[in-house]
Design a binder for this molecule. Structure first.
Ligand code: ADP
Ligand code: MG
Length: 123
């Protein structure tokens, strides 16, 4: 099947220097999330990076229709979500999932510390 729909990907937020050790898993995470927004979401896909003194947040969101009702209850079934959760753990991060603004799509936010603990480095 050939898809001719045009979809925009917007990248916005802060400039940040991220060590390679973090950049590689983050690249895989964003790849899985953007692929999901292309497959299951509609509208503009936004990739947003924000920095705080403690760390960074990287969010991927789309504009609808949002995650299936049973998404949280059933836990991650797909390989993509399993890969994401494993990589988030690897960078000592935390994954938050909500509907984004204005409450209509899917938004996945990865919060991760600036400094990696030695345990995370060893992975
Ligand atoms: N952006 C999204 N919008 C709506 N549903 C989503 C989105 N991302 C993931 N999902 C849901 O979560 C499920 C699991 O995703 P994933 O683990 O990546 O598996 P897969 O992409 O192989 O289906 C998807 O099958 C889909 O139902
Ligand atoms: Mg997927």
């Amino acid at each position: 099947m050939i898809h001719r729909e045009r979809r925009a990907i917007v990248v916005e937020g802060d400039e940040a220097e991220i060590p390679t050790l973090l950049g590689i898993p983050l690249g895989f995470i964003v790849n899985e999330l953007v692929t999901n927004s292309i497959k299951y979401g509609t509208g503009t896909i936004t990739v947003r990076l924000e920095s705080t003194p403690e760390g960074h947040s990287l969010a991927v969101s789309d504009e609808g229709p949002g995650l299936p009702e049973d998404f949280a209850a059933t836990g991650p079934r797909g390989l993509g979500m399993k890969i994401i959760q494993s990589l988030v753990r690897q960078i000592a991060g935390e994954l938050r999932i909500d509907r984004g603004d204005p409450n209509r799509g899917a938004r996945f936010t990865v919060l991760f510390p600036r400094k990696q603990a030695p345990a995370a480095k060893a992975v």
